[in-house]
Ligand binder design. Sequence first.
Ligand code: FAD
Length: 545
Amino acid sequence: MMRVVGVIGAGAAGLCAARHALASTGLSPVVWEKSSQVGGTWVYTPHTGKDQDGLPIHSSMYQSLKTNLPKEVMGFPDFPFSSDKEESFIHHSDVLKYLKSYTDNFNLNQYIKFRHHVELVTPVVTDEKTTWQVTVQDLDTKTSSTTVCDALLICNGHYSVPRMPQVEDIERYKGKQVHSHDYREPSPYKGLTVVVLGAAASGLDISLELATVAKEVLLSHNFPLPIPSELPPNMRQVQGVVSALDEGFVFADGSSAQADVIMYCTGYEFTFPFLTDDCGVTIENNIVKPLYKHVINTTHPSMGFIGIPFQVCPFPTFDFQVRFFLKMLGEVTLPSKQNMDEITERNLNEQCSAGMAVRHFHRLGSQQWQYNDDLANLSGLPYLPRAIMNLYEAVRYFLGTLTGIVTLESQNEMVAATQFELECRRSLGYSDKKFHQLGFVRQEQYLADLAKNMHAAQIPQHILTNFKVVVFRAIFSIMKFKQYSYSNDGNTLIETLHGKRINTKFDLGSVILRRVAYLFWHDFARVCTATFSFLQFSLKKIFTK
Ligand code: FAD
């Protein structure tokens, strides 16, 4: 008899769930999607606030957004992005097109109930198993119905409910407060002074766009070094906001500035408003509990969550999570609840002792590859191609070690990354003293050794070259970053800007030299202090081992 796998949401995660449930023997998916189309986050709307049904607008997409990962690493492993377009960082509408063609390719539409809002999920527990009662409202007829599912995958998306930071005295502030969830385009900010709080992907992108119309943009962040890119003349970097004034803000170094608007680019909360308490799921300190491998509800293992880890390549991770969950429904036996919870607890403790903040438990970063491999091993699946890992890691590696800029909590991130690298190099026989002497040649050797160590194929030369260039573009010329495109002709990298081929090495060299000179000239004291603390910190780590 067919077992029903319920899926909440038809964004990338829900589509992937439906695609693999269909491909599994004895399983049949039913997907509920509250909107009228697939794509979730990637469905742009100019509206903010509530939609026509009185529900909060789901998508946080802004009009001009281009992806912050090259399309070459973004796709599902079994369905790459089309190479019709030369550009690597594609417009959000192209990602939506991709998800629609994924839907068509795997014939998923017939399994999706559009304009059906999941309101309540209740477990039905017997001695043998837990099934799920899912109560759904048809938004057109306003009638509710209940379906019983053998298994349930929660794919409701985690970039919709804004996380607001605690800013001391914020109630005094008379200006406008906006979260990036409600940012669409820059015209409402014409002639205004805007503080953008947070300099991760959205913060950087939105700041640059605001600077085209605003009087001034203050990009506020706690990175150890200023971002070395050339910025528009009306944009400057300030330290993190600590408190509010009537008409402005005070920053971490004690300086202050007036501002008409604060734009919070401070991330999103996990929420599952439809789960009843009986489901046994809680959110504590940004950790969704009790999940095994960030997927399986250990109290009722027939419930899984797709897309909880962040700072990952999302679509490939969804693919592993879904296939892992489906295998666990029958083909492979899970450990006992006690075992699974102990493994998770141990994992959390290990990461905390490596310097990670508890609230970042689901932030995988470099650990995502091990994580994907674990899921593959547990469910007998093939590994993700190593080239994808190496491309992504090259980006993080350069960003983290060259500039110290990884995320707002870059120090913890760097401790974990440094420790990981140190151990890899030791295992390959390198002396600790030469740990920091990488350079381009050693970097290539390093990645090649990593691949060898993992019994993976050597990384093609052109991919390494390509990504060095991409990363340098990212940190030294964020204003133009997403306008460059890359392709390879055999082993030769072809880099184009607005369709014109450019001289990569010469051009990059001159950009970097100009930026380094500029940085030292304008920010000498801060650069020296940060570099010194970074060196001191790294040396301490090496010699206290
Ligand atoms: P979503 O896409 O959010 O889909 C969830 C779906 O569930 C929605 O369709 C929603 O309507 C539905 N739903 C929710 N609740 C219910 C309910 N109760 N009943 C019925 N349906 C419900 N990733 C990248 O790989 N590259 C990028 O460049 C990139 N850029 C991004 C930029 C922005 C501004 C944002 C916000 C995210 C970006 N991401 C990027 C991450 C992106 O969110 C993920 O790649 C991915 O699309 C998330 O898919 P999802 O299915 O988990 O969630």
